[in-house]
Design a protein around this ligand. Structure first.
Ligand SMILES: [Zn+2]
Length: 377
């Protein structure tokens, strides 16, 4: 290679890195389904402190959807995943059926690895908002088909029943499609915690820990922190970075059940998973962590208790459905400050997509010298 062209390659690499905004290489979005200020307050006092307190930026998020002040997880998830509001029950498309590109799809387009980790089924409304486009959230067999057709590197949660043909026991499909076989053709698939711990670090990993919904953490479910840690280990192999969504799905179910103990145990499980994400982000310095919720559930209030004894003596619920109460947002890492203040959930989604879009693939000096510049503007 001539000296001139070496100089040009090095110079253009330098220019690209210096002109592009310093966007994070990796983005981890933690969604506490149904996690309002009450849920956060309960977890803080019952645990005597939270991993989430390591976040340096705080905000509040409005969650209304396009046709109601009180949203559901489908429309709430869609706002966070696409930056657009839609109607209740709709997954990553407009009310009239136009698909909306999700942050996970943008990340895949940028050559990043992607992952979804949940404590519900992987075809449930929140994770589906990142991986599928359907008119109704209960179209889980179709959501499973869209997930199987995608290039997602990590899938951990429940919902195996939607991936197996109707002839198999426990199937929730009405056809003979064997989507589990499709996944097995391209991913390592595990079905319990022991297998997950022995699997090493494959290129692609799916873990189905339940036929449909997973048990409560208080009933011995695999911890969200364990799943998150394994997901990060697999995804971090990609030098172009990754996008990971982790959902504490059952905080919402505790709210629907008006069960403060259920909320507190699921919040603790979720918080430890956030801790795993923050540990990774603090070590590398190039990971943005955003923690928020799709909506509040239960109109949950803490009316009395002991800070020292870590007890919640008096709690109340205004409903066994969702509420319109704003939800907390906590962030850490590069560009975390753009998520601060009082913002709308669709704006959170837009800013997440901008972060993934702006992310520049790191150029190794040796690649720059040989002119193989992999940066994506
Ligand atoms: Zn709910």
């Amino acid at each position: 290679m001539r000296v001139q062209s070496i100089f040009r390659a090095v110079f253009s690499a330098f220019l690209l890195v210096s002109l592009c905004p310093a966007a994070p290489k990796n983005v981890i979005l933690f969604i506490g389904d149904g996690m309002g200020i009450g849920q956060l307050t309960a977890a803080k006092y019952a645990n005597g402190g939270l991993e989430m307190e390591r976040c340096t930026v705080g905000g509040l998020v409005t969650t209304h959807c396009s046709n109601d002040m009180v949203t559901d997880s489908a429309a709430g998830g869609t706002a966070l995943s696409t930056g657009h509001k839609t109607s209740k029950g709709t997954i990553a498309q407009t009310p009239d059926g136009t698909p909306l590109e999700t942050v996970l799809e943008v990340a895949e387009d940028k050559g990043k690895s992607t992952g979804l980790v949940v404590t519900c089924g992987i075809t449930h409304a929140t994770p589906a908002s990142f991986s599928a486009h359907v008119a109704k959230r209960n179209m889980e067999p179709q959501i499973a088909e869209q997930i199987a057709a995608k290039d997602i590197e990590v899938l951990l949660g429940g919902g195996r029943a939607f991936f197996i043909p109707r002839s198999e026991k426990g199937s929730k499909r009405k056809d003979d499609k064997d989507l589990l076989a499709v996944l097995k053709g391209k991913m390592t698939v595990v079905t319990n915690e022991t297998e997950l711990m022995k699997v090493g670090t494959p290129q692609r990993l799916a873990g189905f820990f339940a036929e449909v919904a997973m048990p409560k953490v208080s009933e011995g479910r695999i911890s969200l922190a364990t799943m998150t840690s394994k997901a990060i280990e697999v995804l971090a192999q990609n030098k172009a970075g990754f996008f990971l969504m982790v959902e504490g799905s059952q905080i919402d179910w505790g709210g629907h059940a008006n069960d403060a103990g259920y909320i507190v145990s699921e919040m603790a499980d979720f918080d430890k998973a956030v801790g795993v994400g923050l540990d990774f982000a603090q070590k590398g310095g190039d990971t943005l962590v955003v923690v928020t919720a799709d909506h509040e559930t239960g109109g949950f209030s803490i009316l009395g208790g002991s800070v020292d004894a870590r007890t919640l003596d008096q709690t109340a619920f205004a409903t066994n459905h969702h509420s319109a109460a704003m939800v907390p947002l906590l962030a850490f890492g590069p560009d975390a400050e753009i998520f601060g203040g009082l913002i709308d959930n669709a704006e959170v989604g837009k800013r997440l997509i901008e972060q993934v879009q702006a992310s520049v693939r790191m150029v190794a000096p040796s690649d720059a010298m040989t002119g193989k510049i992999q940066s994506v503007p």
